[in-house]
Structure formats: structure tokens, C-alpha cells
Design a binder for this molecule. Structure first.
Ligand code: UDP
Length: 421
């Protein structure tokens, strides 16, 4: 409901979830599971439906004004959006849809009602959880509202199956939202290994991007908001330059992405921080780019830096590794799965800039990352193909449909008495 798979990820409300939906459904379609994605129309003149891939159709639902609504204002459009989804189904024969898979709690609310109305199972993916985010807020960041926590709890209770990115996220669902472990499944997201691969190497990628051959390049890529902590990278860079002024002439720090979330409140805050730290000459801000070009930024980098305060998985970390670039990541959420500490990158505890400067220091010696680590990064990322993720998701769907069928059969046998799922 709050973002479309057709939007450019890396800014605003478009990020990993958009990539996840495009890739997951493309691969599910290849397994013969036909998918329709309902999303809110955010521009006038959009066609009612767009074929994303053969077997995957995106349907635009009219719900509220096109522009000017923040994610926080979208709960007021839940009825309108649900009305649009139900209206689309009304033109179909009964039993047209086999299952609803909702993403993020807003769509979860819509999925709850539509799945119930159609008598089909609801599978839900949280993507992020308000309670987890609030427990790891950056200093001064805006907490997620209580209304979201209530909405999430309702969806957790209603879903036939909850899909978590990692075992850790599944535990968080149980601990924070009282989810039923028996109805919680773990499906690791994937990475597009055709797109994200070392290809013709670091030097060629740098030439294409106009980056110096001999530079040391710690890269930040992703949505710019306090939760992702790009400020920690800038502070760490300032520390590294203070300790080794000679580094300045061979350091480039690209920040690829656009403002998002509470980062929209002060979109030039990071530029101002770079100015305050006196590092504007080394930091290069780059608007969000398509994934083809992003792969070159990963290849060009010496290390990808991901100091996030909270991350349900962190696709960027796996994409960079698939391109042969190790990752320095915060030891939070799914990043502990996405990065093999000491093997394909390093995990850093906390967000103290001195600690981050120490963690990045070994990468400052050469434009190339340590060879063994770069090779291990490619191997580690190679374990996260989308085909495997889609197959695992198909199993979750099948279980949910079969369990629902058994439940229907059982409740008929008991004269319509309700039976616990
Ligand atoms: N991304 C992109 N262009 C950019 C920056 C990011 O396409 O300029 C994509 C990136 O490839 C990744 C996604 O945005 O797949 C970010 O996902 P991640 O899980 O790292 O973070 P999220 O946005 O979900 O918080």
C-alpha cells in the first residue's frame, strides 16, 4: 500500500522491500505461481495494470490523493485501498485468488480483511517492526507511533503464516508480538546474482564511474535516514583523516541514495555534517541509481559500510558482497546473517565513531580489499539466490493453503464449529 514495486529504490519509502517484491514474484512466476500486486496509485495517468514480468501484474488502486501523503497519513486511506482491492476481485469468478501475501503492516491490515472475505490464507511479511525499531532508535530519532504497534499486533494475530527474514527476526516476532512460533517461517531474502557479480572488476567499474584508480573507497548505499546511520561513517572518516592526514589525497567516500523516513525532515543534514567535520572534499553525494549502476558502485568500493541501528536483513550488504566487496556492518538484526564476521566482512558493535574508525582502518591501506575477504564475500553472497528464496516461499504458501483446506474440512465435519488454526 505504501510503495510500489515500480518505484526506484534507495529513497523515500522505496527500498529493500520493493526489490524483494520484484525479485520474489519474478521467481515465483517462474515456479508457475501467478501473482497480482496491488499498490496505491501515487501519480495521475497510471495504467490500471502493468505487467512487471510474465505472470506478475501490478494493479494500481485509487486511494486518496496521488501526492502529498506521508506513510504516517496512510492509515486514513486503508478503507479506500481495501475497497479498491475488493472491487478488483469482484470482477473475478469466485475462488480466483488462492492466497494473500501482505507486506508491511499497512498492507497487512488490507490483507487481513481481504483474505478473510475471500476465505483464503493470509501470509504476512513484516519487513520492519515498530517495537524493534523503537528499541534501537538513533539518538533524537522519531519513534514509530503506537498506532503502528497496534496494527502490527492485529496482523500478527490474524496471519496464517508469518514470514521472517532470519531466525533472529522470527524470535523478535515471538518476543515482541507474541507470534505463534508454529505459524512463523524463516525465508532468507535473495540477491540477483546475475546482476550483482564482480564482472570485469574494480578498475573497470571505477573507470565507468569516473573514480580514481588509486583511491580508497568506503561506500555507503541506501536510504538516507538516522536509522541507517550514514553519520557514523562520516564521523569515522573524520577520525581516520585526523589520525592520518596523508589519507585525504587518496580517499573518496560516496554516499549513494536519497532522503527517507525521518531523514526527510532535514534532507541536507548529512551535507551539513560533512561541512562541520571538514570532509566535504572527500564525500561525494550521489542521487539514487538503478541497480545496474549500483552494482558498479559496489564493485568500485574498497568496503561497503553499513552502520545501521536496526536492519531486518540488509540487502545492500549481500549485493555488495556478491560484487566482491567486503562489508563493515553493525552487529544488528539480519546483518549478522548477511555478513560473515571476520570472513566476508566485519561486524562492529555499537555506533561509536572511534570504534568504526578502528574497524575501517585495515581497509584504508589499499584501494583493493583483502583478497581472501573479497573472495569469501562472493562465496557467502552466492548462498542467497532468489530461486531458493522463491522455492522456500512456495513451500510456505502450499502449507498455508493445505492447512486452510484441512481446517475447512474439519470445521464442516464438526457442523461449523470454529476450529483453532
Ligand atoms: N538501492 C537502489 N539504488 C540506490 C540505493 C539502493 O536500487 O541508489 C536498492 C538496493 O539495491 C537494495 C535496496 O535499495 O536492494 C535497499 O535495501 P536494504 O535491505 O539494504 O535496505 P531497506 O531500504 O530495505 O531499508
Amino acid at each position: 500500500m505504501h510503495t510500489s514495486p515500480l518505484h526506484q529504490p534507495g529513497t523515500g519509502d522505496a527500498g529493500g522491500m520493493n526489490v524483494y517484491i520484484v525479485e520474489l514474484y519474478r521467481h515465483l512466476a517462474e515456479l508457475n505461481i501467478e501473482v497480482e500486486v496491488f499498490t496505491r496509485a501515487t501519480e495521475g495517468g497510471l495504467p490500471p495494470s502493468v505487467e512487471l514480468h510474465p505472470g506478475v501484474t501490478v494493479r494500481h488502486v485509487q486511494a486518496g490523493p496521488y501526492g502529498g501523503l506521508t506513510k504516517e497519513e496512510l492509515p486514513a486511506q486503508l478503507c479506500a485501498f481495501t475497497h479498491g482491492v475488493l472491487g478488483a476481485e469482484a470482477h473475478r469468478h469466485a475462488g480466483y485468488y488462492d492466497l494473500v501475501h501482505s507486506h508491511y503492516w499497512l498492507s497487512g491490515q488490507v490483507g487481513w480483511l481481504t483474505a478473510d472475505r475471500w476465505g483464503v490464507p493470509l501470509v504476512h511479511s513484516m519487513h520492519t517492526m515498530a517495537k524493534v525499531k523503537n528499541a534501537h532508535l538513533a539518538e533524537g530519532d522519531r519513534p514509530e507511533p503506537a498506532a503502528r504497534v497496534i496494527g502490527e499486533s492485529q496482523v500478527v494475530l490474524a496471519a496464517d503464516r508469518l514470514v521472517a527474514n532470519t531466525a533472529g527476526e522470527a524470535r523478535e516476532l515471538v518476543e515482541h508480538y507474541d507470534a505463534d512460533p508454529a505459524r512463523t517461517a524463516v525465508v532468507h531474502p535473495g540477491v540477483n546474482l546475475d546482476l550483482f557479480q564482480p564482472a570485469d572488476g574494480r578498475a573497470a567499474a571505477r573507470r565507468r564511474l569516473g573514480l580514481p584508480d588509486d583511491a580508497v573507497i568506503p561506500l555507503f548505499a541506501g536510504r538516507i535516514q538516522p536509522l541507517k546511520a550514514p553519520d557514523v561513517l562520516l564521523h569515522a572518516v573524520a577520525r581516520l583523516l585526523r589520525d592520518d592526514p596523508e589519507l585525504r589525497s587518496r580517499l573518496v567516500v560516496p554516499v549513494v541514495g536519497g532522503p527517507s523516513g525521518s531523514g526527510m525532515d532535514a534532507p541536507d543534514e548529512l551535507h551539513k555534517l560533512a561541512a562541520r567535520l571538514g570532509i566535504c572534499d572527500v564525500v561525494r553525494f550521489q542521487r539514487p541509481v538503478g541497480q545496474q549502476e549500483l552494482a558498479d558502485w559496489y564493485r568500485a568500493a574498497t568496503v561497503l559500510v553499513m552502520p545501521s541501528h536496526s536492519e531486518s536483513f540488509g540487502l545492500v550488504a549481500v549485493e555488495a558482497q556478491a560484487c566482491g566487496t567486503p562489508v563493515a556492518a553493525a552487529r544488528v538484526g539480519g546483518l549478522g546473517v548477511a555478513v560473515r564476521d571476520g570472513v566476508s566482512g566485519v561486524l562492529v558493535d555499537g555506533h561509536d565513531p572511534d570504534r568504526w574508525a578502528r574497524a575501517l582502518h585495515p581497509f584504508m591501506e589499499s584501494p583493493e580489499p583483502p583478497r581472501a575477504m573479497a573472495e569469501a564475500a562472493v562465496r557467502h553472497a552466492g548462498g542467497f539466490g532468489w530461486r531458493a528464496a522463491a522455492e522456500a516461499m512456495a513451500r510456505v504458501y502450499t502449507e498455508a493453503v493445505e492447512r486452510r483446506a484441512r481446517w475447512h474440512a474439519l470445521s464442516r465435519g464438526r457442523g461449523g464449529l470454529s476450529v483453532a488454526r
